[in-house]
Write a new protein. Structure first.
Length: 311
């Protein structure tokens, strides 16, 4: 097994390469990315939803010129859906075709040959984890997204896979990666991930960005938005995150809101405009009620906007 060479000379090069892909990373995050490549260890990214964990993997894959293989985790996911499955309909069709063309006349020897045919790579459905260790392709960037949504049994399986970067298929034997893939795991902390998995990874907590970085992200990704509106958007979102919301808006929501305001050709933020487009930021009715229910004759939304300097 060869190694995936680190194409970056230093941390600053990581930041520059990600910036070229439209991803604005702070020094700490860029350092984590640099080290995960230099040390060839998985990177475990944890943080609130919408802070840019998944987008980092996409940008990094483009920056290093590697294909992105994404495994979206969910409750009840088993290893077959993550690793491989046999194409049963195609296998059955192949058997019927062989029967129709004289399989029965060939005897036991032909049956053995048929089994070898239908359990060959041609009938194998390669799921993300198998794609990541495929020795016939380039080492990808493997994104194991929202691993906290899977169960402990699947976590245990990941320990084995990330330790050896090989899998065993009974009908075909052991498949081992020729190059170590670059692995990123993400978690939104819907539950605690087992310590054994975290110990095998470098760890980084992805925090909400400060005003300057969020403004840079917004103006980079939504260049059509007027700069003064972009500044007001970021100040308002930063202030909004201080409220006791069920779900604070992430960077993804900031970008959605900015794109919406650009589409509306907004030149300023006022309570009416914010209320019309608040669905880009707030996704829970309880949070909407908190912001839109008048208190002492004034809606909290207008107060927050004034405190953020929007009006």
């Amino acid at each position: 097994m060869t190694t995936l060479n680190n194409p970056f000379a230093d941390v600053a090069a990581v930041q520059a390469a990600l910036a070229d892909q439209g991803y604005v990373a702070d020094r700490a995050l860029a350092t984590a990315v640099f080290l995960t490549m230099a040390l060839e260890r998985p990177l475990f990214l944890e943080g609130e939803a919408g802070v840019g964990k998944t987008e980092l993997a996409k940008a990094l894959a483009k920056a290093v010129g590697r294909p992105l293989v994404r495994l979206q985790c969910y409750e009840g996911m088993d290893r077959e859906h993550a690793l491989y499955e046999w194409n049963y309909p195609r296998q059955l069709l192949h058997i019927r075709i062989r029967e129709a063309t004289g399989l029965q006349a060939d005897g036991e020897r032909a049956v053995t040959g048929l089994e070898e045919e239908i359990f060959s790579p041609a009938f194998l459905l390669r799921r993300p984890l198998l794609q990541a260790v495929d020795p016939d392709g380039p080492a990808p960037v493997l994104l194991i997204d929202e691993v906290d949504r899977s169960d402990e049994e699947f976590e245990a399986f990941l320990l084995e896979l990330l330790g050896e970067f090989q899998v065993t298929i009974p009908e075909l034997g052991t498949i081992r990666a020729e190059e170590i893939p670059l692995v990123l795991l993400t978690s939104n902390r819907t539950r605690e991930v087992h310590d054994a998995l975290k110990r095998r990874c470098l760890y980084h907590w992805v925090e909400y960005p400060d005003f300057e970085r969020e403004y840079t992200i917004l103006t980079t990704r939504v260049p059509a938005l007027a700069r003064e509106v972009a500044e007001a958007v970021c100040r308002f979102v930063q202030r909004l995150r201080q409220e006791p919301l069920m779900k604070r808006p992430g960077v993804a929501e900031t970008l959605h809101w900015g794109a919406a305001l650009a589409a509306l050709s907004a030149t300023e933020l006022d309570p009416g405009r914010v209320e019309e487009t608040i669905g880009c930021l707030i996704k829970y009715k309880d949070d909407l009620d908190l912001l839109l229910t008048p208190q002492q004759g004034r809606k909290p939304l207008a107060r927050l906007l004034a405190e953020a300097g929007g009006i």
